[in-house]
Design a protein around this ligand. Sequence first.
Ligand code: FAD
Length: 388
Amino acid sequence: MDFHISAEQRQMVASVRELAQSEFKPKAGRWMDGTFPWENMKQLASLGVLGMSVPEEFGGLGLPILDTALILEEIAKACYVTAMAVLGEAGVQTRVIARYAPAAIRERILPRVVSGDCMLAICMTEPHAGTDVANYRTNARIVGDRVILKGTKTLISRAPEAGVFIVFTRIDGKPGREGIGCVLLEAGTKGFEVTGTYHTMGGENLFEIQFNDCELPLENLVIKDDGFRKLLTAFNTQRCLNPSISLGLAEGAFDEAVNYVRERTVFGKPIADHQGIRWKLADMFKDIEAARGILYRACLTANPFPDPFMAAAAKVFCNEMSLRVTSEAVQLHGGFGFTDEYPVSRLYRGARYGTIGGGTSETLRDLMGRKIVADLDFDQGVLGLGTF
Ligand SMILES: Cc1cc2nc3c(=O)[nH]c(=O)nc-3n(C[C@H](O)[C@H](O)[C@H](O)COP(=O)(O)OP(=O)(O)OC[C@H]3O[C@@H](n4cnc5c(N)ncnc54)[C@H](O)[C@@H]3O)c2cc1C
């Protein structure tokens, strides 16, 4: 299949690759204690990368999802923590603002995203409800021309660094999924507090935050009617970008493994000269390439958001492939693979995130299974599921 990757796209990806390999990879260990990689973000902003999902009219590059995925893949190969930080700027957050926020908010926030001066946080998960969105308790009460936001969110990335929080919330106490909408909250709003920190196995920190009757202008209620459907539709972007990080981590680990088995000798010859090892490399390679195919195809379904079924298939496959490949790369390094001496242990720990964030593998399999049972037409076979 032709993915239509132009010379210009290849040039952009090559610039990011050079920066990531020369600057981010050697420093990747620095961010494992939860320190936010500001210096990397500034370098990426100067290349225009932080504005890749921002429309051109606000100073961004307005790139299609496939280009964004290709760039995230390159960053993840070198540094998981930086890739996750960029996902915050390039993912669903930016697209929700660009598509649904009023003009004044777009004009105020999006140019600051491009320059790297405004990090974005997305706030969905609550202490008692992650996957179970219908059970959100956070509520945005509309009082005249104000919105009063109250609730707790947890496992939130970048909370201390973020300038803007995109908060999925119940609107006016309306129950169920139909009651979910979205408000924007800017850092410094009275009543907003970071109340807890969790350090993760990937290196980054996650945070608990509270909205204690935060008062917001009504224009910050960016999605009200039909909110849940709109948010889920936009969220399919995340389901293509999260797996692009998984793909990059697998490729990074594969490169490390090939390098190691060529150089390390056992029983008088390089590890790579043992047939069993070469078979492992072959399996890792075909796993990576199969994942690339399904992911790029899912990205190309975007109009403007990717097809939910293809995005789910790509996410589950890439996330699980990444766990297999990074784990095998650790294995090929023997005991040293388990230490911090080699990048593979970091890549492996980062890969663990994929199947959890942005829709768990269990939930996405369920989504896919329901569509297969409902829609598979035996005359057309899998092609009839609308994937081509
Ligand atoms: C590195 C990282 C960064 C994150 N960043 C953010 C962020 O910025 N913002 C944010 O809002 N959240 C963030 N999260 C949280 C993440 O989105 C949630 O962890 C995720 O949605 C799962 O929710 P949960 O943890 O409550 O798990 P639960 O929903 O409690 O699920 C626990 C287990 O039960 C399974 N399960 C749930 N429902 C079903 C079902 N119907 N059928 C079968 N199995 C089911 C799940 O698949 C999972 O295996 C982040 C998480 C990580 C690891």
